[in-house]
Design a protein around this ligand. Structure first.
Ligand code: MSP
Length: 640
């Protein structure tokens, strides 16, 4: 059995945590919980990145020493992780001795091997990102390519890590190991970055400019660059150079989970550092997308930062955990609004899952005094439910291993909906009225058994509510094992159930204040008048990710004259698209065609089939022509 070691980025302590931090940590937590459910030895760490200019500046602004700033802010992170029921096995702070000692030893070792050398640096520097740039990296305004803020001209002596030594090796490693950087389009981004000569990495800061950092062991006038220091957390936390057995057990990491903005540091700096140290590469660096607030970037200046604590206070921890996991397709950006949150909560949790549970539990109490009855013979209707449960277990297992969590959740919700349909078909309330005792027992037991599997699959996502659900069908534990979930008939007849009331009470979407509404519509009108022909900016255009794709398979969608179901490849990524082109193309006409698709469109269900993108076509009412490319165009290229 493989060991599973998962990490989150370690968070800067210049400010309190927001929804982006909460998301990665929740994702790691949920993956770790699932791996434990699969019986895999699991280690999950998170922590805080406490050195560097950002933290020093925040400390100055708050009139504190840097360590006071760290000690104060780290509490906010730890409180949030407690509140969100995060099950990390360790929490690493880069100001701890166990970490600083290892960074120092690594620096000395690389210096002794002449992999770190001193030289003069001249170039542009972005203070908030703590990154150096050469002028060719920047536009004419010399703004930081990462954050868009002004960069400063800097000339100083510094120490450099010979990162350039590893450029050819890294390119080959990424190409030879398709699972190393995920999703695959991120690997292409890194390979794109590596097309230009890789420069050596400046890994020091003179104390005269920045004193808050780990001192270089070979020059006390300098501290270590914060990224070099921070990345080492992934190995210092699991015993590198301090506990060999522990290190051997957990390294290499199974997953480094990161946000897309810190791809280069993790897929270029970190692998070359590890290579220089003679260590194995992490198995997968997985970059997720960003949470947008509506369609805007979240930022303090826009005043739209979502505080996870507020959401948890309002809607409860489980609903928050569920929403974040169900709403974001891993790898893509997602949009957060309170309205979307409530809509999903009401439809998936209050209506589908909450209703299924309450219908069964109410019947168990009304008809069977809260004791689970033994089932009679299974009919086809029960076999369908048993199969729906097994399909959900297999889909979730697959989703976890392939990082498609939202799809796994969707399959579990399909099983919930199958349960509700089963109740409508079998109508246990009528069975009770007609005195069909054995049939009623079978229906109640079958639905409870389905809920056992569903709740087991959702324990990692909603630990509190799922324990409550499990108690309501006579279980006493939230300890779940995948083998049990694949079995049927596990619930013991005669168990006592508990009716603890509604699991997910409905929530109303807050009514917008009338004045606000009026103002909003006024604003919309004003906007239209400013831009009467609906011009968009280049930024608007680039929101749509257009990619080249190849049609691998095509078939008609049964019962829908206009639809074809296409299986397509976008580079290594495979997707399906439901396209309204059946009246213009037959499946055999278009297999093998190279087309352009919108790759970041939110998946939608069309006639019950998920469509994961949209293809481009020119059309009017009578004609439709696919936008096609020459046969030798590779799939997966960006268009724009
Ligand atoms: N300290 C570095 C990481 C060092 S890891 C060795 C850092 N810290 S951070 O606090 O600024 O950001 C941490 C993570 O939050 C990043 O992965 C970033 O992508 C993520 N997010 C910040 N805003 C986000 C959203 N709006 N949405 C999702 N995640 C985002 O970078």
């Amino acid at each position: 059995m493989e060991n599973f070691y998962v990490t989150t980025p370690i968070y800067y302590v210049n400010d309190k945590p927001h929804i982006g931090h909460a998301y990665t940590t929740l994702l790691a937590d949920i993956l770790a919980r699932y791996r434990r459910l699969l019986d895999e030895p699991t280690f999950f760490i998170t922590g805080t990145d406490e050195h560097g200019q950002k933290v020093q500046k925040a400390a100055e602004a708050n009139k504190m020493t840097p360590i006071e700033q760290c000690d104060n802010t780290v509490v906010r992170f730890k409180e949030l992780w407690d509140k969100l029921e995060i099950t990390n096995n360790d929490f690493i702070r880069t100001t701890e001795d166990r970490h600083k000692r290892i960074v120092s030893e690594i620096l000395q070792e690389l210096y002794d091997k002449d992999l770190i050398y001193k030289s003069e640096y001249q170039g542009r520097y972005c203070v908030p990102c703590e990154r150096f740039f050469t002028e060719k990296d920047l536009d004419e305004k010399l703004l930081c390519p990462e954050c868009g803020r002004e960069t400063e001209e800097i000339v100083e002596s510094n120490y450099f890590f010979r990162m350039s030594n590893y450029q050819d090796w890294l390119i080959k490693y990424i190409k030879d190991n398709p699972s190393f950087i995920q999703p695959s389009f991120r690997a292409n981004e890194t390979l794109g970055f590596l097309k230009r000569p890789l420069e050596d990495l400046c890994i020091s800061r003179p104390k005269s400019r920045l004193s808050w950092g780990i001192e270089l062991p070979f020059d006390k006038d300098f501290v270590c660059y914060v990224w070099f220091d921070a990345l080492v957390n992934y190995i210092s936390a699991v015993g590198y150079k301090s506990d060999e057995d522990k290190f051997r057990k957990w390294w290499p990491a199974s997953y480094h989970l990161i946000g897309k903005d810190i791809l280069t540091t993790h897929t270029v700096y970190w692998p070359t550092m590890l290579k220089a140290m003679g260590l194995e590469m992490p198995k997968t660096i997985f970059a997720h997308g960003w949470w947008l607030i509506g369609d805007s970037k979240m930022s303090k200046s826009a005043g739209n930062v979502v505080n996870p604590m507020d959401m948890v206070e309002k809607y409860g921890v489980d609903a928050f955990r569920y929403f974040l996991m169900a709403e974001m397709s891993l790898g893509q950006d997602a949009s957060f609004t309170e309205e979307a949150f409530i809509t999903r909560y009401n439809s998936n949790l209050a209506n589908d899952l909450g209703n299924l549970t309450s219908r069964v539990v109410k019947m168990l109490f009304k008809q069977r005094e809260g004791v689970l009855p033994a089932p009679g013979e299974m009919t086809d209707a029960e076999i369908i439910i048993k199969e729906a449960a097994l399909t959900a277990v297999n889909a979730m297992e697959d989703a976890i291993v392939n990082m498609k969590l939202d799809r796994g959740i969707e399959e579990v919700m399909n099983a919930v909906r199958a349960g509700n349909r089963y109740l409508e078909q079998t109508a246990p309330w009528n069975l009770a009225k007609n005195g069909e005792t054995e049939r009623l027992n079978t229906v109640l037991y079958t639905t409870a058994e389905l809920l056992r599997v569903i709740s087991g699959l959702l324990v990692p996502i909603m630990p509190e509510k799922m324990l409550k659900l499990r108690k309501s069908i006579g279980l006493t534990t939230d300890q779940v094992n995948i083998k049990d979930l694949k079995n049927w008939g596990v619930l013991k007849a005669g168990s006592n159930c508990i009716d603890a009331g509604p699991l997910f009470p409905r929530v109303d979407i807050p009514k917008q204040d009338n004045n606000k509404k009026k103002n909003n519509s006024k604003k919309k009108v004003e906007k239209k008048q400013e831009n009467p022909v609906g011009l968009i900016t280049i930024d608007d255009f680039f929101k749509a990710q257009l990619k080249t794709a190849e049609i691998l398979e095509a078939k008609k969608v049964e019962g829908a004259d206009k639809l074809l179901l296409l299986q397509i490849a976008i580079g290594e990524d495979k997707r399906q698209i439901v396209a309204g082109i059946a009246q213009f193309y037959s499946p055999e006409d278009i297999i093998g065609k190279k087309i352009i698709i919108v790759a970041n469109l939110k998946p939608a269900k069309i006639r019950g089939i998920e469509s994961q993108g949209m293809l481009l076509a020119a059309k009017n009412k009578k004609n439709l022509t696919l936008v096609t490319l020459s046969d030798d165009t590779p799939s997966g290229l960006s268009v724009g």
